[in-house]
Design a protein around this ligand. Sequence first.
Ligand SMILES: [Ca+2]
Length: 353
Amino acid sequence: MKKTLRAMLALIAATACAPGSAQASFMERDGAQAFVRELAERHGFDASIVSATLAAAAHEPQVIRLISPPTRAGVRSWQRYRARFLDRLRIDGGLAFWNSHEEDLRRASERYGIPIEIIVAIIGVETVYGRNTGNFETLSALATLAFDYPPRAELFRRELEALFLLAREQGRDPRSYYGSYAGALGYPQFLPSSVRSFGVDFDGDGRINFEAGPSDAIGSVANYLHAHGWQAGAPIAERARFDGVIDPAPLIAAGIEPALEPIVLAQAGVKTLDGSAPPATATLVDLETPGATTEYWLGYRNFYVITRYNRSSFYAMSVFELAEALRVRRSGLIAQQDAGPRRPPGRACATLP
Ligand SMILES: [Ca+2]
């Protein structure tokens, strides 16, 4: 009996430690020793501490499932995508967030030249204002992607390296971070390299923290957009009108970065809704929904800057539309409040007994 138990335990241990198996330590993976050496040589880390930290990380099968492209590619649908973000939760939540953090938002907007509603909308689309920041241990998620997901291994090894550097700079254990399955952190879902490059300590407590509250996130989102070339006061996007355009495909093929000069667009018959030539160099964005008319939009430089946060025209348009919805509703609410005291006292009292 005792012998059988020992044999079973040995078998379990052997299975758990077999190189390449899901349970094996990350230190058994191809490239792990080289990764540790790099951190030691490039950044002066103690190799034995990095090895021990990596060995403590766990392979997360769910991370691989979530990052993998769907086996059956779904049909792209702008209306379905849009409905996920232009909902009551994000609109009402956004107005409440704006009210609660107005001072930080105004300060960030003034310092970096970003409209408040764009900062709010990005945090809303990313995490519903901090409600869904993710529960994956970041070290394990990034180690899983770096060593067990070859298609993106290079990107995620860099992010894993950035996590070690960030933890050292912040005086934290690399195992103390939690976030999305792809390693994104806190309210704004910055990857560790983005926290290091674009994060700002906006509440002045001496450290960048995206978990305790939204202040640093508000400053950091604004700084990120500013650093990627946001043009203060310039247009973001507007609906396009086609006057005699035969085939918009070649214009769309020009890519997401604005490259179509106003004169080129006007000559091709692409105008703004009021029939004038686009005011700036633009990209032509097509938002397709099966069974519905495709929406065409002119995306200007600032639209492109939003795609630096997430490289998708659907994403950038959702941020833009949510921002517009928030701006319009808020100005409506403020107008209502302003109208209140100006109501004639006689009429206000008319219904009183
Ligand atoms: Ca801070």
